[in-house]
Design a protein around this ligand. Structure first.
Ligand code: NDP
Length: 335
């Protein structure tokens, strides 16, 4: 079997030298364990954080250990009660072709006759639930309000944009490049913008004549800079991700200290700026499980996937994710 381990910790942007592809024999199963064949591996921005040492909301991957990741997997062998050979499951299967896990680590069972299996890693999985739950808990949109979201062709952003439309908001969706911008228009958003345009800040200003009530923060960086002056009093800012600075450990480039101005703005405008991790809202999962499959089946929520073939191509695809080379939810199809 093949697996990819963290070979070293990156300084700045990760590179091929930080990963190592290894061939290993399968261990035998202990009591309560299952052997999985991973079919799809999810690649997600949070994995950049797991490569770094130091305090975060989750422990780092140890050097020499298999990179973490959610997988859609098939049970090849089971030494555990209640898990049958041939079942399809969501699992913390990691960057590898096979995994041995305690049965209690397995996630939900997947129905082979249901939605496409890979959606369990995207729109009908962690990223889709991120969008659904944080909109509900933090954004609290009212019809007619204006929401802005970037990384809007990805699984979080695209779901945010479409849910906000369903909730009656005016939606300005932002992505990198003309192809992504054109795709956003097919999702029915009010305005689609390319954040790489030279006059992006002016375009954004023109797109929000009534200001911004909700800024769904996925990216930070120059998009956040353009958004801040346009926020309305009492605007809500769910802070979901700041991918523009993941290679800088969230610190950013040296420059003038803008924290006092930011805090002053938060106070003057009574902004709600709230960070969250998707698990904070697990109580909403039953609602998501009831609503999302229906929305997907009736086409009210659309999604796009970027499928890369072969475990050996995971590192390169992951580097691309941090630079916007992916177009839709990035998954690796394993043979
Ligand atoms: P995406 O598939 O949207 O991929 C990330 C995208 O970020 C890229 O495709 C790129 O899109 C965009 N991007 C990268 N660098 C920049 C930059 N400098 N400026 C602007 N945009 C940039 O990923 P996801 O939908 O999986 O995740 C979106 C965000 O949500 C991430 O920040 C992620 O960390 C966060 N997240 C947070 C969770 C939580 O619990 N808090 C859970 C899940 C995700 P483009 O080409 O359009 O610029």
């Amino acid at each position: 079997t093949s697996r990819i381990v963290l070979a070293s910790r990156p300084q700045g942007a990760p590179s091929a030298a930080n990963f190592r592809l290894e061939q290993v024999a399968l261990p035998t199963l202990a009591a309560g364990e299952v052997l999985l064949r991973n079919r799809y591996l999810s690649l997600d921005p949070y994995m950049r954080g797991r490569m770094d040492e130091g305090p975060s909301y989750a422990a780092p991957v140890a050097v020499g250990a298999v990179m973490e990741g959610q997988t859609v997997a098939e049970v090849l062998q089971s030494n555990a009660e209640g898990v049958a050979t041939g079942e399809l499951v969501l699992a913390p299967g990691g960057w590898q072709t096979h995994a041995v896990l305690p049965a209690k680590a397995l996630g939900r069972r997947l129905d082979p006759a249901g939605l496409p299996l890979s959606t369990a890693l995207g729109v009908y999985g962690m990223p889709g639930f991120t969008a659904y739950s944080s909109l509900h808990e933090i954004a609290r949109l009212k019809a007619g309000e204006t929401l802005v979201v970037a990384a809007a062709t990805g699984p979080v952003g695209a779901t945010v944009a479409q849910l906000a439309k369903l909730q009656g908001a005016r939606v300005v969706a932002i992505a990198g490049g003309e192809a992504k911008r054109a795709y956003l228009q097919t999702l029915g958003v009010d305005v689609a913008l390319d954040h790489r345009a030279a006059d992006f800040a002016a375009q954004l200003r023109a797109a929000v004549p009534a200001g911004i009530d909700v800024y769904f923060e996925n990216v930070g960086g120059h998009v956040l800079d353009a958004v801040l002056p346009l926020l309305n009093d009492f605007a809500r800012v769910p802070v979901c991700g700041t991918i523009a600075t993941y290679n800088e450990r969230g610190v950013g480039q040296p420059g003038p200290d803008r924290l006092p101005a930011l805090f002053s703005q938060i106070l003057r405008q009574r902004l709600t700026v709230r960070g969250f991790i998707v698990h904070d809202f697990n109580h909403l999962w039953p609602d998501f499980e009831r609503e999302m499959p229906q929305w997907l089946r009736d086409g009210r929520i659309q999604y796009r996937e970027d499928v890369v073939e072969g475990l050996e191509n995971a590192p390169e695809a992951f580097f691309g994710l941090l630079k916007g080379h992916n177009f839709g939810k990035l998954v690796v199809k394993l043979d």
